[in-house]
Design a protein around this ligand. Sequence first.
Ligand code: SF4
Length: 91
Amino acid sequence: MLALEEREENLRICRRCLTRDMAGKEEYFRSLHEYIENLDMDVKTPAALYEERLEVCRECELLYQAMCRSCGCYVELRAAIAKNSCPWNKW
Ligand code: SF4
């Protein structure tokens, strides 16, 4: 039987996490990460700008378990496409 603290830790929902921060979910999100990694350079957001976008999402109250509650996207995927923008014009 798990101790109370351990059970609370397992139930904790990460509101400010990206998929890459979710320990134990690496395999689940592997195809998403590979897709982003292999995007054509002509559509892909430059690396520095990508990280800037994700930092904005991390601070956003609409981020919920790596998804934007406004558009329903995984923010790592939305931010990875250069022409995309935040639905609230935060980036
Ligand atoms: S895409 Fe925009 S609205 Fe959605 S989580 Fe990121 S900053 Fe927030």
